[in-house]
Design a protein around this ligand. Structure first.
Ligand code: ATP
Length: 364
C-alpha cells in the first residue's frame, strides 16, 4: 500500500483547549497514520501534554473533534479508547510485584488465568525483562521500572501507545539505550506511537514524523530531515538546531544584506527590501584566524569542549554567534568567519502556520 493510502488512526480537527483565560491549545489540526512514530515536540508550556491528554481522554477539548480509527471519541472516557499511556513518572503500584503490575488491567477485565500469564510473559519479553516477574517493583532501577510501565501499557494490545516524556527521569546513558529499545519495540509491535518530548535530539532520533509546537499552536509537521533541513520559520530553526538568527533585508533574489554587507544565498521570491530572518546553523560557519578571506570578523567570547567538537561564542556586529568546530579558538582571539550561500537560510519574519496532513497553510 502506498504511504498516502494509509488511513489515519488519529484525526484531530480544529481542537482548542482553554483553561479559564489561558489558551493551552489553539485550533490544532493533525492527522496521524496507522503505525507511525509521531513525536510532539516543543518547549515547556507549549501544550504538548495537553494534546496528548485530549487524545488519551484524561481531558476534554473545549472545541473541535478527535477521531481514533475513524470513530469520534471526543467525549469517550479514557478506558473505552483503544489507547494506553506511559507517563514520565512510572506510576507503578508499589505494593504489587512486576507480574501483578502488568497483569492488573487484564485481571480487571476478568481474562482467563492462562491468557493473562501468556500475555504478561510476552510483554515482559518485549521490554527485555524476562525473569523479572516476581520482583518487587521498588527494587528495580528507574529504567527497569519504566520498562515495566511500558509492558503494562502494551499488554492490552492498544492500537495507539501514548508516551509522555517517558525517558525524562532517566540518566543520559539509560535514556540513549531506552531510545533504541523503544524504536525496536515500535517496529516489532507495529502499532502507532505518539510521543511527547521537549528534547530535540530525542525527537530527531526516534520519529517518523515530528510535530513542532509553540504556544499552543503547531508550527511545522514533517520528517526529522525536513524539520532539520527545511524549518518553516525561525522558531523551528532555533528550537531544532540552536541556530544563529540575524536580522536581514533582501537586496534582490539570491542576495541578502546583514551584518553590514551583502551575502549570496539561494532563496528567492521574498521581494526587494523585505526584512527577513537570516538563519545560520552553528556547524555551517567556518571559523579561522582573521584574514582577508573573512566575510565576518569577530572576537571569541567563550570556548567549550562538547565531546566531539568545540562550541564557541563569537561577538560580531552586536550578535553572539554560536559556532561549532573541531578546532578550538581561545576567548579573546580575533577570528574570521565564512558561510556558504546554501547554508544561509532566509525566513519570512513571524510566519505562523497551521497544518493538516502535513500541508502548510500560511496565515500571515
Ligand atoms: P511541559 O513540557 O512543561 O510539561 P507542555 O508543553 O506539556 O509543558 P502543557 O502541560 O500542555 O504544556 O500546558 C500548556 C499550558 O496550559 C501551560 O501554560 C499550562 O500552565 C496550562 N495548563 C495545563 N493544564 C492546566 C490546568 N489543568 N489548568 C490550568 N492551566 C493549565
Amino acid at each position: 500500500m502506498m504511504q498516502s493510502e494509509i488511513k489515519p488512526i488519529i484525526e484531530v480537527k480544529g481542537v482548542s483547549k482553554f483553561f479559564g483565560e489561558k489558551t493551552a491549545l489553539d485550533n490544532i489540526n493533525l492527522s496521524i497514520k496507522k503505525g507511525e512514530f509521531v513525536t510532539i515536540l516543543g518547549p515547556s508550556g507549549c501544550g504538548k501534554t495537553t494534546l496528548l491528554r485530549l487524545i488519551a481522554g484524561f481531558q476534554t477539548a473545549s472545541e473541535g473533534v478527535i477521531r481514533i480509527a475513524g470513530e469520534e471519541i471526543t467525549q469517550t472516557p479514557p478506558h473505552k479508547r483503544p489507547v494506553n499511556t506511559v507517563f514520565q513518572k512510572y506510576a507503578l503500584f508499589p505494593h504489587l510485584n512486576v507480574y501483578d503490575n502488568i497483569a492488573f488491567g487484564l485481571k480487571l477485565k476478568k481474562k482467563p488465568k492462562d491468557t493473562v500469564l501468556k500475555k504478561v510473559k510476552a510483554a515482559l519479553k518485549m521490554v527485555g525483562m524476562t525473569d523479572y516477574e516476581y520482583r518487587d517493583v521498588n527494587s528495580l532501577s528507574g529504567g527497569q521500572q519504566q520498562r515495566v510501565a511500558i509492558a503494562r501499557a502494551i499488554v492490552n494490545e492498544p492500537e495507539v501507545l501514548l508516551l509522555d516524556e517517558p525517558l525524562a527521569a532517566l540518566d543520559l546513558k539509560m535514556r540513549k539505550d531506552m531510545q533504541m529499545e523503544l524504536k525496536e519495540m515500535h517496529k516489532t509491535l507495529g502499532i502507532t506511537f505518539v510521543y511527547v518530548t521537549h528534547d530535540q535530539e530525542e525527537a530527531l532520533t526516534l520519529s517518523d514524523t515530528i510535530v513542532v509546537m509553540s504556544e499552543g499552536r503547531i508550527q511545522q509537521i514533517g520528517t526529522p530531515t525536513d524539520i532539520y533541513n527545511e524549518p518553516i520559520n525561525s522558531f523551528v530553526a532555533d528550537f531544532i538546531g540552536e541556530s544563529n538568527i540575524l536580522n536581514g533585508v533582501m537586496v534582490k533574489d539570491k542576495l541578502v544584506h546583514f551584518c553590514d554587507r551583502d551575502f549570496e544565498c539561494v532563496d528567492e521570491g521574498f521581494g526587494e527590501n523585505t526584512p527577513v530572518d537570516v538563519v545560520i546553523r552553528p556547524e555551517d560557519l567556518y571559523i579561522f584566524p582573521v584574514s582577508d578571506m573573512a566575510q565576518l570578523r569577530g572576537t571569541v567570547q567563550s570556548c567549550i569542549f562538547k565531546g566531539v567538537h568545540y562550541e564557541m561564542v563569537v561577538l560580531c556586529h552586536g550578535y553572539e554567534f554560536v559556532v561549532q568546530d573541531y578546532h578550538a579558538f581561545k576567548a579573546g582571539t580575533e577570528v574570521g568567519m565564512l558561510v556558504k550561500p546554501f547554508d544561509i537560510h532566509i525566513m519570512k519574519k513571524e510566519r505562523i502556520c497551521n497544518t493538516f496532513e502535513g500541508k502548510l497553510i500560511d496565515e500571515t
